[in-house]
Design a protein around this ligand. Structure first.
Ligand code: NDP
Length: 433
């Protein structure tokens, strides 16, 4: 805390991970102390922090601050998304980068951990303004990334449009047509099924978790928070598997549709018009729109928080449990507060933490890297089948690790241990670096 003042989210993430690794740490205390393993693990290999000047549509110069945290390259090139949101600061990027190390390890693919972003707010900006920002951002970032060193991707506020602008600028400056970013468009090296991957992967993992616990997703009522990339495709896959999604949200409010969310309406609002979720009731008058927080008061069997960090607190968790919710899987990164997570575990709720449950996105990004290196494009079905298998494997790894350490069913501990073990083995093999 003394070394990283004011980094509340980073402290929270490190504390949660180290607390849950207590069993492993105690068993290897001497060795970790001698090699300062934990001290090295929590210190990013490198933080790049830079100014992004750009000109808005009125001719006014704007300045944003941007980051790339290259946290760990123990098991592969740095890999992790770029977030564009006014809340972005060093603490948030470090917490995300730290979590990413273990998530990427869990996928079983050779990717290290990193994260980046800026406090630029793409909301309400014209396409030209977004392009001006992205080009200026990449003009600096391109010095530090590359297909074999650091491969950023999208995150909140960074979708296909932004990746396109960034890729164009990278190519223009470096002259390289290489897989330096993932989440690219299909016409220039993107992977089929990447757009769907995080949401689909989340539901594949939930499906497996329920099956292994004698339950079935078909016929269940699901609440999904957010209405962005992850939320939309989680809703689609859950619906395809026979569940009914009844609520979605954005940072202004939430909708409830007792008949099940009509995803065509949502996609039109979010992906085409870039509008707000409250517009849903214009097309579906029988649905309800509520301003503000409160989506977790909707009665459900399964809750899938897919919006942002700390969006589900202890009170929300109590309400969900009281309403009979039996499974929670995190599509977003750290959406449940530590107290909420503890309550879920205490009450025996099937709880899949974000680093496992939302790893489908980065896993498919790694598949995009493989396709770029091979100069090949796989079919949607090939990528989707690989994604599904990866999610099943992730579930198995975290369930097995939890069992090995005598905390069966505690997937928070299981996911952290399984991710951590591989990183530690790689760090030990590579000497003091
Ligand atoms: P998007 O920007 O596409 O969507 C985010 C959604 O969350 C929007 O609907 C947004 O609403 C909503 N939201 C943001 N803040 C709040 C809030 N305080 N309360 C309620 N809703 C809110 O992002 P993604 O879907 O890509 O990402 C969502 C989460 O998933 C993030 O935590 C991200 O890190 C994580 N994730 C994403 C991956 C991916 O592949 N996209 C991979 C792994 C994790 P509004 O429009 O009002 O801002």
């Amino acid at each position: 805390v003394k070394q990283n003042p004011g980094e509340a989210e980073f402290h929270q993430a490190v504390k949660e991970v180290l607390d849950s690794l207590r069993l492993v740490i105690e068993a290897n205390e001497e060795e970790y102390k001698k090699s300062a393993l934990l001290e090295r693990l929590v210190e990013p290999e490198r933080i790049i922090k830079f100014r992004v000047p750009w000109v808005d549509d009125k001719g006014q110069v704007q300045v944003n601050r941007a980051y790339r945290v290259q946290f760990s390259s123990a098991i592969g090139p740095y890999k992790g998304g770029l977030r564009l949101h006014p809340s972005v600061n060093q603490s948030i990027i470090k917490f995300l980068g730290f979590e990413q190390i273990f998530k990427n390890s869990l996928t079983g693919l050779p990717i290290g951990g990193g994260k980046g972003g800026s406090d630029f707010d793409p909301k309400g900006k014209s396409d030209r303004e977004v392009m001006a920002f992205c080009q200026s951002f990449m003009t600096e970032l391109c010095k530090y990334i590359g297909a074999d060193t650091d491969v950023p991707a999208g995150d909140i506020g960074v979708g296909g449009r932004e990746i396109g602008f960034m890729y164009g600028q990278y190519k223009r400056i470096t002259g390289l047509y290489e897989g330096v970013l993932t989440g690219k468009g299909l016409t220039y090296g993107g992977s089929l099924a990447r757009t769907e991957a995080t949401g689909y992967g989340l539901v594949y993992l939930v499906d497996e978790m329920l099956k292994q616990n004698g339950k079935d997703i078909a016929g269940k009522t699901v609440v999904v928070s957010g209405s962005g990339n992850v939320a939309i495709y989680a809703t689609q896959k859950a619906t395809q598997l026979g569940a009914k999604v009844v609520a979605l949200s954005d940072s202004n409010g939430w909708i409830y549709d007792a008949e099940g969310i009509d995803l065509d309406v949502v996609r039109e609002i979010k992906e085409v018009k870039r509008g707000r979720i409250k517009e849903y009731v214009d097309a579906r008058p029988s649905a309800e729109y509520h301003e503000g927080k409160g989506i977790w008061t909707v009665k459900c069997d399964i809750a899938l928080p897919c919006a942002t960090q700390n969006e589900l607190d202890l009170e929300d968790a109590k309400t969900l449990v009281a309403n009979g919710c039996f499974a929670v899987a995190e599509g977003a990164n750290m959406p449940s507060t530590a107290e909420a997570t503890d309550l879920f575990l205490e009450k025996g709720i099937l709880f899949a933490p974000g680093k496992a449950a939302n790893a489908g996105g980065v896993a498919t990004s790694a598949l995009e890297m493989s396709q770029n290196s091979q100069r090949l494009s796989w079919t949607f079905e090939e990528v989707d089948a690989k994604l599904k298998q990866i999610m099943i494997d992730i579930f198995t790894k975290m369930a097995d690790a939890a069992k090995r350490y005598g905390v069966e069913g505690n997937y928070v501990v299981g996911a952290n241990i399984a991710g951590f073990e591989k990183v530690v083995a790689a760090m030990n093999a590579q000497g003091i670096v």
